[in-house]
Design a protein around this ligand. Structure first.
Ligand SMILES: Cc1cc2nc3c(=O)[nH]c(=O)nc-3n(C[C@H](O)[C@H](O)[C@H](O)COP(=O)(O)O)c2cc1C
Length: 225
């Protein structure tokens, strides 16, 4: 390793988390989980190979805090029940034995949950969903198009949305908290809350998908910040 990249291989720290180097593997969905939300040997071997290969920190692919609800795809890892803990523990054990750290990426896919759409489950959103036109179809391959058509649900009507009540928001927050506790129990070194990519938490944060929240928001003055 040339001197130019000296920092890359030197130990790093994120808060209290000590890392052997600065190589962080970003979360990337593999679809290697089982359809029932459990880890599989294929999934575990994949992450173990990245740990063995030298990553300092692995961010596990997007996983469903409230599985099966909010799973981005049919083969998404679940964190919603204690039955998932043994498989997740095996995953962290196999990564840790090579000196890497691993954090879980907890998510609810919200309005773009393919798994909810395919299953015909109503999907929670902060505010009514605006219809939008997209020219994305023009750039998709036939295989990709097929998967989108499947994503229109069994009856082809597309996703069904409902605006969340305060109680449902509280239940969802609790689901995330329980998932985080399971991640800790399974030996993860931390969690990442996925609040991007148009998923549920991002839907709350964006004035485009949650216009109402901003009418009630009182911004602090500089003095208060
Ligand atoms: C196949 C694939 C799957 C991905 N899955 C996730 C994911 O599960 N969670 C996530 O936050 N980002 C996901 N991403 C985004 C990547 O983590 C990363 O942010 C993105 O590729 C941009 O990083 P780069 O600029 O280093 O390429 C995915 C990207 C790819 C290519």
């Amino acid at each position: 390793m040339s001197h130019r990249y000296g920092h890359l291989l030197s130990p790093g720290k994120i808060g209290a988390l000590q890392l052997r180097n600065r190589i962080v593997m970003a979360a990337m969905g593999t679809n290697f989980a089982a359809e029932d939300g459990h880890t599989t040997e294929r999934l575990i071997s994949y992450y173990e190979a990245r740990a063995k290969g030298g990553s300092g920190l692995i961010v596990l692919e997007t996983s469903a805090a409230l599985w099966p609800r909010g799973a981005s795809m049919p083969n998404t890892i679940g964190f919603s029940n204690d039955v998932f803990i043994p498989g997740l523990s095996e995953l962290t054990r196999r990564v840790h034995q090579h000196g890497a750290r691993i954090i879980a990426q907890l998510n609810h896919s919200g309005s773009i949950s393919q798994a909810d759409t395919i299953a015909g489950r109503p999907i929670p959103v902060p505010s009514a969903v605006k219809k939008s036109r997209s020219d994305m179809v023009r750039v998709l391959t036939n295989d990709e198009l097929q998967s989108f058509i499947k994503g229109a649900g069994a009856d082809g009507v597309g996703p069904q949305y409902y605006e969340m009540t305060p109680e449902q928001i509280a239940e969802t927050s609790q689901g995330f908290a329980s998932a985080a506790a399971r991640a800790r129990q399974a030996g993860f070194d931390g969690i990442e809350l996925h609040a991007g990519h148009g998923y549920l938490l991002a839907n709350f944060l964006s004035p485009y998908t949650n216009p109402v929240s901003y009418t009630h928001l009182t911004l602090p003055t500089n003095r208060e910040v």
